[in-house]
Write a protein that binds this ligand. Structure first.
Ligand code: GLA
Length: 385
């Protein structure tokens, strides 16, 4: 389906005027999982799956939105923002709420949106909604909000209005993504650096367990708490320690006997993951994708055994292709408890690996996984004015 064309057509049909057309992508994360809220590093990329927004300003205070995929509508007034029981509108109302709270002068708007980011697969459709609408409103109302501020507002929309305590990675990569590049974000300083990530013979392939991560949000908050408990203990003797980012493996080890074993495991994973990520970037500089892939396997091991956010389906998918020479690396991606594995696979072998994975997964779990071959793309951008 040609999404931008269809979204625009629907907009013309409903509102009978020409809109601004914006593309807001989903994301993958190559390495650096559960590190953003620990002030560590992440290495995500925006992908070719996206939500498209058609938006135009109104003269009154009404906001009229149509979800193309759900064929559903919502209308709300800028002076009366309320949590919606429908669920999906909250990512959008939450963004409007942040813009108003930070003193921006808005008018009402018309909007049709939809696209091909699978929901619940861990590809950040929520960040695409928040940041995509924020970007569009920034443009049509000339709000003059810089990119990093937009990222922070979109994250706050999710934290405060939707009520999910996520880190900054998803909204950041949505806005800053760049064709053919991964982005190393330092979640402490919020600086970033692009690394080329385009290879003739290798693609980023996702296998979707199609397991919806029902545990994800409660366990996510629990992991955040456990990491903070570790920091609190270390901080007592080391006042300069503000987060796990300031903790070395040696310092953490010296607390092994004093720390709750579960808390210790969580902290160990997060501290090691930062070291791994920095090594992974060196591998990219050296053009050593095999070594990069080995680090992805180590990340999976840590997420599964120390951080304990994997699930049997994710572990199965990684184990299944681990010894295949055409697969350079594989690991669970995102918050965990379902969603996708991210895999680096030689292009010539993708079809075979896909067939093998589909068959084996179906035999084991009685349902087919989905496969997405992704292309690393730009962050949120205007398609047509
Ligand atoms: C979710 C959150 C991110 C990040 C990842 C785990 O995607 O939204 O902020 O914490 O989980 O790396």
């Amino acid at each position: 389906m040609n999404f931008p064309e269809n979204i625009e057509k629907k907009f013309l049909e409903i509102f009978n005027e020409k809109p601004l057309l914006v593309r807001s992508p989903g994301r993958v994360n190559l390495i650096g999982e559960h590190t953003d809220y620990n002030n560590g590093f992440v290495l995500p990329a925006a992908i070719d799956k996206a939500i498209y927004f058609a938006v135009s300003p109104r003269e009154d205070r009404e906001c009229k939105l149509h979800s193309f995929d759900l064929n559903d509508n919502i209308t709300f007034n800028l002076d009366k923002l309320e949590f919606s029981k429908k669920g999906w509108p909250n990512y959008l109302i939450g963004m409007v709420d942040q813009l108003i709270k930070t003193g921006h002068i808005l008018k009402g708007f018309n909007c049709v949106f939809g696209g091909d980011i699978p929901i619940g697969a861990g590809l950040s459709s929520s960040a695409a909604l928040e940041a995509g609408l924020g970007f569009s409103l920034n443009h049509i109302f000339n709000l003059g909000i810089d990119k990093l501020t937009l990222v922070k507002l979109a994250q706050k929309a999710e934290n405060e209005f939707v009520g999910v305590n996520c880190g900054i990675m998803d909204q950041y990569i949505n806005i800053f993504g760049k064709n053919g590049h991964v982005l190393r974000i330092d979640c402490q300083s919020l600086d970033y650096e692009y690394f080329p990530f385009e290879f003739d013979n290798i693609s980023v392939v996702l296998f979707d367990t199609c397991v919806s991560h029902s545990l994800a949000s409660s366990e996510y908050n629990q992991r955040r708490k456990e990491c903070n408990l570790g920091v609190d203990l270390i901080k007592k003797d080391n006042p300069s320690v503000k987060s796990l980012r300031d903790v070395s493996i040696a310092l953490l080890s010296s607390y092994q006997d004093k720390m709750d074993p579960i808390v210790y495991k969580r902290c160990k994973y997060a501290v090691e993951e930062n070291v791994r990520l920095l090594k992974a970037c060196e591998c990219l500089n050296d053009g050593n994708l095999r070594a990069f892939g080995d680090l992805m396997y180590q990340t999976h091991f840590g997420l599964s055994n120390d951080y304990e956010v994997s699930c049997p389906e994710l572990d199965f998918l990684v184990e299944l292709i681990k010894n295949n020479n055409a697969v350079y690396g594989s690991r669970m991606m995102g918050g965990g408890f379902g969603g996708c594995t991210i895999n680096l696979i030689e292009n010539d072998s993708i079809a075979d690996v896909k067939e093998f994975v589909t068959k084996s997964y179906k035999e084991k779990f009685g349902k087919e996984p989905k496969t997405y071959i992704t292309k690393i793309s730009n962050g949120t951008e205007i398609i047509r004015e």
